[in-house]
Ligand binder design. Structure first.
Ligand SMILES: Nc1ncnc2c1ncn2[C@@H]1O[C@H](COP(=O)(O)OP(=O)(O)O)[C@@H](O)[C@H]1O
Ligand SMILES: [Mg+2]
Length: 232
């Protein structure tokens, strides 16, 4: 498998007034296509900071990030938006659905940005909602759904443009055990179908679904463990 993500000596320093927080310290990491990775670590250890950089939502203070061979620091904001839209599907703990538009429209949104034809994007949104078991709920508003259902909509939306990479920051953090398991089964299935999945979790049960577990502490990787038999 080829390298999908390569980061070298990545640092992120947040400056708030006179206070500096060194959130990532010389982090280096290689991730290949088709991996299923869980990122673990205490609150404040830098997990979300890394995810935001991997997803091109934020830039590192120093260090190198190559995404499918593209050096992120050479890209303009517009180019980064395009990369995000095509290559990355995001799933967040708080779902981040748009409350005033129905489920179908929420899933269509990334395809609107990608300028997909109306008929095509509607068809794809329905297919994706069927895939996550919500084919009957296309007309519902987000607040008419349970937490688990909202997260399934968010996954369908993340898949809209068929991105090779899915980034999920504590996707089960607001869900009960059963919904969490259902959501993890969906990620597992997507990974089997070829998507690369990188997810942040506090919970060992959730990390069990991944093939590789990376542990953060104070902005550093302190453990990077490939599960036995998981080498692809
Ligand atoms: N936008 C920000 N501005 C200033 N400090 C931040 C910001 N985001 C995160 N931090 C700080 O960076 C550190 C790492 O945060 P974060 O990556 O969110 O950790 P985690 O996701 O592991 O809980 C924390 O000390 C946090 O307070
Ligand atoms: Mg976080």
């Amino acid at each position: 498998m080829s390298d999908m993500i390569s980061i070298r000596n990545l640092n992120k320093v947040y400056k708030t007034g006179s206070v500096e927080v060194h959130a990532l310290k010389n982090v280096s990491l290689e991730i290949k296509h088709g991996e299923f990775i869980a990122i673990m670590g205490h609150s404040g250890s830098g997990k979300s900071t890394l995810m935001n950089i991997l997803g091109c939502l934020d830039r590192p203070t120093s260090g190198e990030y190559l995404l499918e061979g593209i050096d992120i620091k050479d890209q303009s904001q517009d180019e980064l938006s395009l990369i995000r839209n095509k290559k990355i599907g995001f799933v967040f703990q708080a779902f981040n659905l748009i409350p005033r538009i129905n489920v179908l429209k929420n899933v269509e949104l990334p395809m609107i940005y990608a300028k997909t034809k109306v008929s095509q994007r509607r068809k794809r949104a329905v297919e994706l909602l069927e895939k996550v078991g919500l084919g009957e709920r296309t007309e519902h508003l987000p607040n008419e759904l349970s937490g688990g259902q909202k997260q399934r909509v968010a996954i369908a939306r993340a898949l809209a443009n068929n991105p090779p990479i899915i980034l999920a920051d504590e996707p089960t953090g607001n869900l009960d055990t059963q919904s969490s398991e259902e959501i993890m089964e969906i990620f597992k299935e997507l990974n089997r179908e070829g998507s690369s999945v990188i997810l942040v979790t506090h919970e060992p049960d959730i990390a069990e679904y991944a093939d590789r577990v990376i542990l953060f502490k104070d902005g550093c990787i302190i453990e990077d463990r490939q599960k036995e038999g998981a080498l692809k």
